[in-house]
Design a protein around this ligand. Structure first.
Ligand SMILES: [Zn+2]
Length: 192
């Protein structure tokens, strides 16, 4: 066995044994704060009770913490998974005309300026208000929904709700400002 390799292995073993005994109490790893040591796993790694920023608690082995394999209770991964849906053309869009990427960018521009979204009756609602209803009928042709005239406001409004609404917002998401993106995440609640 080459001596370099032996030295490396020895160093490695030392590091491993240190890792097993190291007190991690109070240390932060990503979203996790270590509360206290509680038992060992089958490979004799110390298990640590950790509090996640999301409020959850989880037992995590020291090697997972030290090698940054685990940086949340699992909530971070879930968040990433739901975010990957955003910005893709959603197949729930039903329309007479299939919008091109230019149409989607155009719609995002209109929405950025004149649109709103929110939650109502546990459903995601989107609306765009305009004096000129031509723009709203164009939106309707691409994304479905309905155009209604509000006498009180002397305004036409294009409205979408439920799955279609979520589909529209997901489709235009990447084009929008951070403020609009935050509104959308709020309007989605936890259902994406
Ligand atoms: Zn968490």
């Amino acid at each position: 066995m080459p001596s370099g390799f032996y030295r490396k292995t020895k160093k490695w073993r030392k590091k491993l044994s240190k890792m097993h005994t190291k007190d991690l109490t109070g240390k932060r790893f990503g979203r996790l704060i270590v509360l206290k040591q509680r038992g060992y796993d089958s490979r004799r790694n110390a298990l640590w009770l950790c509090a996640c920023d999301c409020g959850a608690r989880k037992l995590i082995a020291s090697n997972s913490l030290i090698w940054s394999k685990t940086e949340s209770c699992g909530c971070y991964r879930k968040e990433l998974a739901s975010r990957t849906h955003l910005g893709k053309i959603d197949n729930r869009l039903s329309s007479s005309i299939k919008p091109t990427s230019t149409d989607i960018a155009w719609a995002a521009g209109i929405y950025e300026g004149e649109g709103t979204c929110g939650r109502h009756n546990d459903s995601t609602q989107t609306s765009v208000a305009q004096k000129d209803n031509w723009i709203l009928y164009k939106l309707k042709s691409f994304f479905g929904g309905s155009v209604i005239y509000y006498k009180k406001y002397k305004q036409h409004r294009w409205r979408l709700s439920g799955a279609r609404s979520r589909g529209f917002l997901m489709t235009i998401y990447t084009f929008l400002s951070p403020r609009r993106k935050t509104q959308i995440l709020f309007a989605f609640g936890k259902k994406i």
